[in-house]
Design a protein. Sequence first.
Length: 244
Amino acid sequence: MPDTTPSADWVIAVDGPVAAGKTTTSLALASALGLNYLESGKPYRIIAFEALHRNLHIDELHAIESLCEDLLAASDDASVLASDRYAPQALRLRPITALVPLVARIPGVRQHVTRLIHRWAALHPRCIIEGRDIGTTVFPAARVKFYLTATPGVRAERRVRQEPGLAYQAILHDIMRRDYADMTRAVAPLTPADDATEIDTSDLTIEQVVHRMTTMCRKRGIEQPAAGTEAPRQLATPPSTQDT
Ligand code: C5P
């Protein structure tokens, strides 16, 4: 797959740690402004899913990179992201969620995923992409950048509210472990871009966050396209499994 970096002029980057509210607010913004939407964690989860299915160990770097080559580099039209094989529920099972940050530390994996996201964005201009490194690394020239955050306790409470069977302490521990892994990796660590608008969502409602984000996008000239233009695509997981 050629490494073509599409124009970042119509990209909105939404980064931040797990359960900061990225998915819910990005989907609302996509709908308000008629934007395509991508969860950039999905390709990392696909790699972790396949690595588990093939019994690969995380130390088998060469094998994991060739897996990326087969799955992502071969997907010229980025259609792997919409494949039925990767049902959201399957990609969010606990063993996958535990493995993803380890897979996402591998530089070769990040290169392949970044190329795939560029490919997807070239095919879906006017888009909002959520992740960990969109504003810093994947699209450093994105037109608008947001960095959403919230205290670990608030994020754990949100997860427990989404899935009442989960134990608060275990979720809190999991969130802190994932934050640490994402923030301390050598390549493209989770950190706000210098020019990102940071929003602490701890004490805000979803509507308040979406309002701030929409206002900023409109200030930067991003509006709903005229009626009759092609409907946007949303590659998202169902609300019950979001932002795990
Ligand atoms: O957003 P989601 O929870 O699906 O992301 C799963 C993991 O994928 C993150 O914890 C992170 O390790 C990795 N990821 C990343 N860069 C992105 C998106 C996700 O490293 N842009």
